[in-house]
Design a protein around this ligand. Sequence first.
Ligand SMILES: *Cc1c(COP(=O)(O)O)cnc(C)c1O
Length: 397
Amino acid sequence: MALANRVMGIKPSPTLAVDARAKAMKASGIDVVGFGAGEPDFDTPDNIKEAAIKAIRDGYTKYLPVPGTDELKDAIIAKHKADNGITYDRAEIIVSTGAKHSLYNIAQALYGAGDEVIIPAPYWVSYPDQVLLNDATPVIVQTREENNFVLTADDLEKAVTPKTKAFILNSPSNPTGLGYDRSALEAIAKVAVKHGIYVISDEIYEKIVYDGFRHVSIASLGDDIKALTLTVNGLSKSHAMTGWRLGWAAGPKDVIGAMSKIQSQSTSNTCSITMKAAVEALKGPQEFIGVMVAEFDKRRKYIVERLNAMPGVTCPMPVGAFYAFPRVKDLYGKSFNGKPINNSSDLAAYLLEEAKVAVVSGDAFGADDYIRLSYATSMANIEKGLDRIAAAFGALS
Ligand SMILES: *Cc1c(COP(=O)(O)O)cnc(C)c1O
């Protein structure tokens, strides 16, 4: 029996695949250093765990409202007001099984055959495939490193057609670690408002920022742009809660209502216990984040310095998230034992096989000149992994 057409055009998440392969090699006794992880290497704070344990003990284990409880929505509303200067009401919030699920619900609610969705590259791996799964067309627009990988108003204007439905924004960015400042966002907002296109703003890394970078939510820039923006966020990265599966979207009531209808026919509410934990995560002490970010910051500086010291490698200094995104194109055309390295996936395969180091090849993000290294791993691992990478690059001729 044939599978549905929509499955043919997509691939499994390449970042999850690299992580799974590194973990499998480790399990079989191979000493692999993994730079593939897309999640904090910190444990969820105890106060959040305790809230979940209490929820279980209290028998908080039944179905709940599909788009989330009022208690949690109110905590999310308070968060957006305090952190982002945006005012939402309950009908403008939906809680889903992760930010990824919120993004998927948005894709289901908004995109269809004939629609185009503009995605700046380098992009997070799931954006194009979620568009494809909903019969629409991803329009990939290349950004430039010398421009901090920021999509300019001009780039956006050139990519807009009468079919453009939405534009996906991710700041701070996975994979580049770079971000949009207020003026870059203002310029883009103007174009979106002019053409009446939705902005999907994935702000999952807003709390993981360095060097005084200030995260700005595009929806906070005015009522016109707010009416077109779906703000997506969650606790996976900020509160080390990837496994709990909770994220949300905030935006226009009609879109949120449509997403809620879709969710009512697919997953229903996310886990009741997780929702209680999320209320504590949002309303309880926030010191954990600073401790985690300070540790990421040390690793960030170290990893970027080491990468830039490798011949043929240049790496911009990230302002957010926990990824280094070095340009490695100058190594292409070299070879190891007569085997040529011609692109990012050749290089990632070489590093895994010969150096026992797992990185994600840039082609997964639409940027074949680069590879991505997550520094959500211990300093000891980072040192060991970079020693191996330096030796492996040095062995190319
Ligand atoms: C990790 C990540 C997400 C998804 O987070 P979940 O809430 O765990 O689904 C979304 N967007 C980007 C860019 C991410 O890196």
